[in-house]
Design a protein around this ligand. Structure first.
Ligand code: F0G
Length: 363
């Protein structure tokens, strides 16, 4: 099976390159679709007639465990396995945990997930449990779980502080540039949700490396998107009790704050926040316009584009290229989806052809 490490081996750190392809723990992550969102662009034009940008969506929800975390986990777990570790652990709002569980199982290792009690979607806990991981619920939030996991001994901690996680996540930036090159485009703005601030750091690593290699003439402005109740990067300080329905990014003390701040400054980007209602609206709009079903946290990127466009805040009247990362699938976040999308009632009939035909004709 080929994953991101075998595809971008030359761009990996020496310690990862030293692990041969047959020893790499992979589930075939990466190679996710980059979708030109023409219907969403149409919507943005109705909001603001001057809108002339192209919008592309990087759908990370189609990775093996349905989030971008798999790109980082292949390197982190491969490394931990290569040094003979028997177990990995992570603090998580759910996606890191599901990913760690799957890759650990593939590697024949144990996995422990420290999660905030009652604040992780059941789908995410289910996924990790299915892969045989042990869930440890902490009476506290993600930040409390993260403070604990950092102190663990003799297990590989595969959170974004792991030295070989972000190099894998950076491959999403390579894929975006590689694909857009075929359309003679380079990303001008990159919008993505920010929680613990690892992914924005990883993308910036990827873009700057590609820029240095001459693969892209310039790197995009990094636009970090947060939920209003958990906007530690926007506020420039930690938050003791972060609150948002977008549970994946319910984080008050971003571990990669410094690196993410540097990414913002160096790229000429910014951090923005949106309300939970704006996030929900964007998630719904993505289903309606582009048939993409992402989790709430993921829709933060598009919600921010919509908000900025409404107020004419960026130069979207130019033919700039906007990329939004949709970090995870909606299928692990069904409770919030059930609450938002009223399911269509099914029609119950006798097993008769005429009755089926009546229903078909009535629609
Ligand atoms: N989107 C989703 C769906 C996430 O699960 C996360 C983080 C983020 C965005 C933010 O990425 O932390 O690199 O800034 N989830 C982590 C977890 C915290 O435990 O699954 P970040």
């Amino acid at each position: 099976m080929r994953g991101i490490i075998s595809r971008y081996r030359d761009l990996m750190p020496p310690e990862i390159q030293a692990i041969s392809d047959d020893k790499i723990v992979t589930l075939g992550e990466g190679g996710t679709p980059l979708i030109r969102a023409k219907n969403l662009e149409e919507y943005l034009r109705t909001q603001n007639p001057k809108f002339a940008a192209q919008v592309w969506l990087k759908d990370e929800g189609v990775n093996p465990t349905k989030s971008f975390k798999d790109r980082g986990m292949t390197g982190a777990v491969s490394y931990e396995k290569s040094i003979g570790r028997a177990a990995v652990a992570c603090a998580s709002t759910g996606n890191t945990y599901g990913s760690a569980a799957a890759y650990a199982k593939k590697a024949g290792m144990k996995c422990f997930g420290l999660v905030p009690e009652g604040k992780v979607t059941p789908g995410k806990i289910f996924l990790a449990s299915m892969y045989g991981a042990t869930t440890i619920e902490i009476r506290g939030n993600f930040d409390a779980a993260f403070a604990l996991v950092k102190q663990l001994k003799d297990v590989g901690v595969v959170n974004n502080i792991h030295p070989y996680r972000l190099c894998g996540q950076a491959t999403a930036a390579f894929e975006i540039c590689d694909k857009l090159k075929r359309f003679k485009r380079v990303p001008s703005y990159h919008f993505l949700p920010v929680g613990n601030a690892g992914n924005i750091t990883a993308y910036w690593m990827g873009y700057t490396l590609y820029n240095k290699m001459g693969q892209i003439p310039f790197a995009p402005a990094m636009m970090g998107c947060q939920a209003e109740g958990a906007a530690a990067m926007v506020l420039g300080r930690d938050i003791e009790n972060p609150e948002t329905e977008a549970s994946a990014i319910r984080i008050g003390k971003p571990a990669r704050r410094e690196e993410a701040t540097r990414a913002r400054i160096e790229s000429g980007g910014r951090f923005y926040s949106v309300t939970d209602d704006e996030i929900k609206e964007a998630r719904k709009l993505l289903v309606e316009t582009e048939d993409v079903f992402c989790e709430l946290a993921s829709a933060t990127s598009v919600a921010t584009v919509i908000k900025l466009n409404r107020f004419g805040r960026l130069d979207f009247w130019k033919m700039v290229t906007v990329v939004c990362t949709l970090t995870g699938s909606g299928w692990k976040d069904l409770d919030t989806a059930f609450a938002q999308f009223i399911p269509q009632k099914s029609i119950v009939i006798e097993p008769k052809l005429d009755d089926v035909m009546d229903v078909i004709r009535s629609k």
